[in-house]
Design a binder for this molecule. Structure first.
Ligand code: MG
Length: 391
């Protein structure tokens, strides 16, 4: 049987690698819908190559130009938020890959889940900001939300479909590479340039997530992600630094056994696992056994990398606080990448926004969207006010 796939965020890093995996898997996998933001040229190439039934761009004008250029393709073109939503619930699709950037994809995710779709989820913000909402809507179903994030894919592979509240599970050990500045102290971190932060030792990823890896915020967001995906309590999740990125996470059982998932650090593997689940297929990922390597694990340095604790604090506060954390982080990261604030100012800005944020519990979608935009605005103000001083 052919598995039919819709991809939201098809022109981004995960979207492009998903298409590469689908191509390598052969004829049993077919792309039926593609959605992207504004990259009309790349989406145009993807349409010619994969011949989807639907193509959508958030940018209405770009969508119209693309439709005009591909008049005889037999493909339906849509623009705006409606197009994204349509791709998420496309009737032909068995599996929807959610690889958009940011929280804008949340409504598409909710719609797809309500429509009974299975999701391969690469969009972190949906769970970080919206996990609480999904839980209250009864949509957090492990059989239907398949993780693409490499650590969460690893946990899933070690856990199987064992419920997290099972008495057999002691802890989930979420591994972190520690980023390029592992072991650095505050004085050194103050001098970090965007070029240095954008160079990740083990993974090739987009810019935002690479900076988040350097500050450890990425791991903080992943703790929140794991909490919702596997229905874990915070004390069941431990972050472990593992510089080599050979083990991609582990599950510790109550008898002391630890099951780890190991592989080459290549995103095509977790992507493929979500696409082919419950089957496994041959992949183009390089096979390896870590001959001659000693696996090393360390505790994270929470003092010099405070973003990790800020994420824990956000989940303990609950409600709209994770949205405030995420919004402030996105602004601070963009300002750092643009060379306007120091690397060490990123957690300071986020902390101040969180200190001032009035948490609303049991939020609706509008509440988290509001918390997100308020925290972005406040982060920008804080940076303006303090430019040239603390920052
Ligand atoms: Mg990850």
């Amino acid at each position: 049987m052919v598995k039919k796939i819709a991809i939201l965020g098809s022109t981004g890093s995960i979207g492009r690698q998903t298409l590469e995996v689908i191509e390598s898997l052969g004829e049993q996998y077919k792309v039926v819908a593609l959605a992207a933001g504004r990259n009309e040229n790349l989406l145009g190439d993807q349409i010619r190559r994969f011949k989807p039934e639907l193509a959508a761009l958030s940018d209405e004008n770009a969508a119209a130009r693309l439709a005009d250029k591909n008049r005889n393709s037999g493909c339906t073109f849509m623009g705006g938020a409606k197009g994204q939503l349509c791709a998420a619930v496309w009737p032909e699709a068995d599996l929807v890959v959610m690889a958009q950037v940011g929280f804008s994809g949340f409504e598409s995710l909710v719609a797809a889940l309500k429509e009974g779709k299975t999701i391969a989820l690469a969009n972190k913000e949906s769970l970080v900001i919206g996990g609480d909402i999904l839980k209250r809507l009864g949509l957090l179903d492990r059989e239907r939300i398949l993780p693409v994030d490499s650590e969460h894919s690893a946990i899933w592979q070690c856990l199987g479909m064992e419920p997290a509240n099972s008495v057999k599970i002691a802890r989930v050990l979420l591994t972190a590479s520690g980023g390029p500045f592992f072991g650095w102290k505050e004085e050194e971190l103050e001098q970090v340039t965007p070029e240095q932060a954008l160079h990740h030792p083990n993974w090739q990823m987009g810019n935002k997530i690479t900076i988040d890896s350097a500050t450890m915020m990425n791991k903080g967001l992943e703790v929140i992600e794991a909490r919702w995906l596997f229905d874990l309590s915070l004390d069941q999740i431990e972050v472990v630094i593992h510089r080599q990125s050979i083990v991609h996470s582990m599950v510790e059982y109550i008898d002391g056994s630890i099951i780890a998932q190991m592989s080459t650090a290549d995103m095509r593997l977790p992507i493929q696992h979500a696409l082919t689940y419950p089957e496994r297929k041959k992949s183009r990922v390089e096979k390896f056994i870590p001959f001659g390597k000693t696996l090393n694990f360390y505790r994270p340095d929470r003092k010099n990398f405070p973003c990790l604790d800020l994420a824990y604090r956000a989940i303990i506060s609950g409600g709209t606080m994770p949205a405030a954390l995420n919004g402030a982080n996105e602004v601070a990261v963009a300002e750092f990448t643009g060379g306007r604030i120091k690397f060490t100012a990123i957690p300071k800005v986020i902390k101040q926004v969180m200190d001032e944020h009035e948490v609303k519990q049991d939020p609706g979608i509008d509440d988290v969207i509001n918390a997100d935009s308020c925290s972005r605005r406040r982060a920008a103000e804080i940076i303006d006010e303090q430019m040239g001083r603390m920052i």
